[in-house]
Ligand binder design. Structure first.
Ligand SMILES: Cc1cc2nc3c(=O)[nH]c(=O)nc-3n(C[C@H](O)[C@H](O)[C@H](O)COP(=O)(O)OP(=O)(O)OC[C@H]3O[C@@H](n4cnc5c(N)ncnc54)[C@H](O)[C@@H]3O)c2cc1C
Ligand SMILES: *[C@@H]1O[C@H](CO)[C@@H](O)[C@H](O)[C@H]1NC(C)=O
Ligand SMILES: *[C@@H]1O[C@H](CO)[C@@H](O)[C@H](O)[C@H]1NC(C)=O
Ligand SMILES: *[C@@H]1O[C@H](CO)[C@@H](O)[C@H](O)[C@H]1NC(C)=O
Ligand SMILES: *[C@@H]1O[C@H](CO)[C@@H](O)[C@H](O)[C@H]1NC(C)=O
Ligand SMILES: *[C@@H]1O[C@H](CO)[C@@H](O)[C@H](O)[C@H]1NC(C)=O
Ligand SMILES: *[C@@H]1O[C@H](CO)[C@@H](O)[C@H](O)[C@H]1NC(C)=O
Length: 614
């Protein structure tokens, strides 16, 4: 597929860098010292995880591709590249959007944070790179999306990565197993294991076995229930972050048919009738907007929070909302911004009487940390090679609680309006019912994980609600792309989410009672053991739960239109032509995992549709 020849008809290279700067203040065209063309075959909105992947693959062919990104290029800061600093990038590289106060969280407002940088969230995320379970994707297929099950996606997980197994010494010490049949060896994103691991990881894995779950041989095969140490988006040689910029931009920036315009915000999609013709963009809220056209397709890859915003601003969304802003309706789609969800989580805490050596507590020893940083800089080894936590258990509901069946029965008989916000369109409600029926089915079969327990450092664990039953919304508050959208996570709107989290706290306490954990002499501190009644546990959860593990999903879902869908199985937006979406907003239900690898796989898979459309 990779065409390397240069197409003569691309008359690029005429204007000087200076002229380009003059024409586009605060913006730059990367790739060549060229002026922006007036027309491209593809204009991609957002140089994030999915956007750069698609740009790379499309520009392998002699097609003119422009990517427009609101964020800056990073400058190789340690906080971007060094694994230990993951999540610590400067805030200028993030959108931090406060949500509305949420009744389920004692009216707390929570931040929706995503990347705002070339590379998108892959540049600032936690570098944890697990895949979901087979059923996470089969669930999408069963929702009415043929071609989107596990077997359909697996080739693209493989295509996206170059996996490097751990060295034998590390593998035997931590009993790491893998199966190369499920891994790629030629893909752009580097997937590997850091050489450093706290010994408490083995305690955790054994505790999960004793708890009654299992440790899969290779989670990347779709057998992703249970506990494992998953790889990172980590270059195994430099031991630095592998992200969309290094995987899909640095490698292609010299292609003459590929342009990136950064520090530039897309303000609107332009239409001729129902056909998307291009986009408007501006370097700031006060700057004059300019336009560029897309002869084949406008591809939205602005991420789950901003793709629905741009659609709504441009006339694609719920008619009532659009009319309240006097936006001409191009396509009345109630699903745009509905079905929004994320993974809520909370951290439990505790102490251990018999800590292992080394342990996370050693990171407060400045002398040791200075030695470790030196070790990283000189030998690419030690604690700085690893991001925050790479070991977790992904457990189905029946392994978390004996109340599994009763929770599922409550879900089955529940009034469906409990999940989405009030005044939800009937198609969106029908979509929720379809999701609910399949969540019920797969939960009863024990095939999807309901809760994640991030462990391996001591008594405290991160508890993540993986299949939240609540739904939120994203809506515009003005017609400006420079204003944040109104974010409602909807956290704990459905009371059954609170019930599941309550059972997860009890499960965590039982995990501490396993012989493996007992060997460390653990004691819970938060919630402390005196928080016992259901009411007290639930009050604790409402006070401490975070709304977002930074997995915003589902805000422009791939579903039938009658189910509140926004894109079809080829990712084309209903009621329009020449407009598609490829980013986390199309995932109809968030997989029970961390989602970077899935976003890459989805973006890789999309290429085939472009080939057939043209
Ligand atoms: C802090 C954090 C930690 C995370 N940790 C992990 C983890 O450890 N493991 C894991 O698997 N997943 C993790 N994730 C999730 C994962 O990184 C994301 O789900 C995934 O990268 C999203 O990819 P995307 O292509 O949908 O969007 P993004 O990669 O976010 O890209 C969207 C891009 O569009 C740009 N954009 C938005 N609006 C406009 C506009 N109007 N004009 C132009 N450009 C625009 C944005 O600036 C951004 O660069 C984390 C995410 C975050 C934010
Ligand atoms: C991009 O924007 C940032 C922040 O506003 C600014 O510091 C930087 O100089 C800009 N880069 C270019 C090339 O204009
Ligand atoms: C949250 O706010 C609403 C509306 O202002 C109020 O009725 C409710 O009592 C508040 N809840 C809490 C827990 O403070
Ligand atoms: C190592 O992993 C295998 C397969 O997951 C498991 O069967 C075995 O018990 C593990 N061994 C130890 C010592 O933990
Ligand atoms: C970690 O801290 C413990 C307790 O202070 C200490 O005994 C141990 O030697 C430390 N380990 C390292 C590697 O410094
Ligand atoms: C802190 O680290 C230094 C260097 O490794 C070590 O010598 C010292 O014992 C450590 N202190 C504690 C309290 O663990
Ligand atoms: C538990 O104990 C702590 C400290 O002793 C106290 O502050 C807290 O109020 C108690 N919580 C409950 C629910 O009893």
């Amino acid at each position: 597929m990779r065409f390397s020849f240069v197409v003569a008809s691309l008359a690029l290279g005429v204007a000087s860098t200076r002229a380009t700067h003059h024409a586009l203040p605060h913006a730059q065209v990367i790739g060549r010292d060229v002026q922006l063309l007036s027309s491209y075959e593809y204009v991609i909105v957002g140089a994030g995880t999915a956007g750069l992947t698609v740009a790379d693959r499309l520009s392998e062919d002699p097609l003119k591709v422009l990517v427009i990104e609101t964020g800056d290029l990073d400058h190789g800061e340690d906080e971007i590249l060094i694994p230990r600093y993951a999540l610590g990038a400067p805030r200028k590289y993030f959108y931090d959007i406060p949500s509305v106060p949420m009744p389920g969280l004692n009216n707390r407002s929570e931040l929706l944070s995503v990347g705002r940088i070339v590379g998108g969230s892959s540049a600032v995320n936690g570098m944890f790179m697990p895949r979901g379970a087979k059923s996470d994707y089969d669930l999408w297929r069963d929702l009415g999306n043929p071609g989107w099950g596990w077997r359909d996606l697996l080739p693209y997980f493989i295509k996206s990565e170059t996996f490097t197994p751990p060295p034998a010494s590390l593998a035997s010490k931590f009993n790491i197993t893998w199966d190369m049949r499920y891994h790629g060896t030629k893909g752009p994103v580097k997937s590997s294991y850091p050489p450093f691991l706290y010994p408490a990881v083995n305690v955790f894995l054994n505790a999960i076995r004793q708890f009654g779950s299992h440790v899969p041989y290779e989670h990347a095969s779709g057998d992703a229930l249970g506990a494992y140490w998953a790889p990172n988006t980590l270059d195994p040689v430099t031991r630095t972050r592998s992200y969309a910029r290094t995987a899909h931009y640095d490698t292609i920036k010299s292609r003459v048919n590929f342009h990136l315009l950064y520090n530039t915000t897309v303000t609107k999609i332009t239409f001729n009738g129902k056909t998307a013709t291009g986009v408007m963009y501006a370097s700031g809220p006060k700057a004059r907007s300019k336009s560029v056209s897309a002869s084949r397709e406008v591809i939205l890859a602005a991420g789950a929070p901003h793709t629905p915003q741009l659609l709504q601003i441009s006339g694609v969304g719920p008619r009532k909302l659009l009319e309240s802003f006097n936006i001409p309706v191009i396509s009345d789609l109630p699903g745009v911004g509905a079905n929004f969800h994320d993974h809520p989580y909370l951290f439990t805490a505790g102490t251990v009487a018999h800590d292992l050596n080394p342990s996370p507590s050693n990171t407060s020893n400045a002398t040791w940390m200075a030695e470790q940083l030196d070790l990283y800089r000189t030998k690419r080894d030690g604690v700085y090679t690893t991001s925050l936590g790479n070991t977790a258990a992904f457990l189905p509901l029946n392994e978390i609680t004996l109340l599994s069946t009763s929770i599922v029965n409550s879900l089955k008989s529940q009034d469906p309006v409990k999940a989405p916000p009030a005044e939800t369109d009937s198609t969106v409600l029908a979509g929720w019912k379809a999701q609910r029926d399949l969540i019920v089915k797969y939960t009863l079969e024990g095939k999807i994980a309901a809760g994640e327990f991030i462990g391996g450092s001591g008594a405290g664990m991160g508890l993540v609600l993986l299949k939240p039953l609540s739904r939120g919304s994203l809506t515009i508050k003005s017609t400006s792309a420079f204003d944040d959208p109104i974010v409602d996570f909807g956290t704990l709107r459905n009371p059954l989410d609170l019930d599941i989290l309550t059972e997860m706290i009890k499960a965590w306490r039982r995990m501490l009672l396993t012989p493996a954990m007992q060997s460390m002499g653990p004691a819970a501190t938060s919630p402390a053991d005196n928080v016992t009644s259901t009411a007290d546990i639930q009050a604790y959860i409402r006070a401490n739960l975070a709304a977002s593990l930074w997995h915003p999903t589902g805000s422009a879902p791939m579903l039938k239109k009658e189910l509140g869908g926004v894109v079809d199985t080829r990712l084309l937006v209903y009621g329009t032509r020449g407009l598609s979406i490829v980013d986390a907003s199309i995932l109809p239900i968030c997989p029970s995992t961390h989602i970077t690898s899935t976003v890459y796989a989805v973006a890789e898979k999309v290429l085939i549709f472009f080939v057939f459309r043209s």
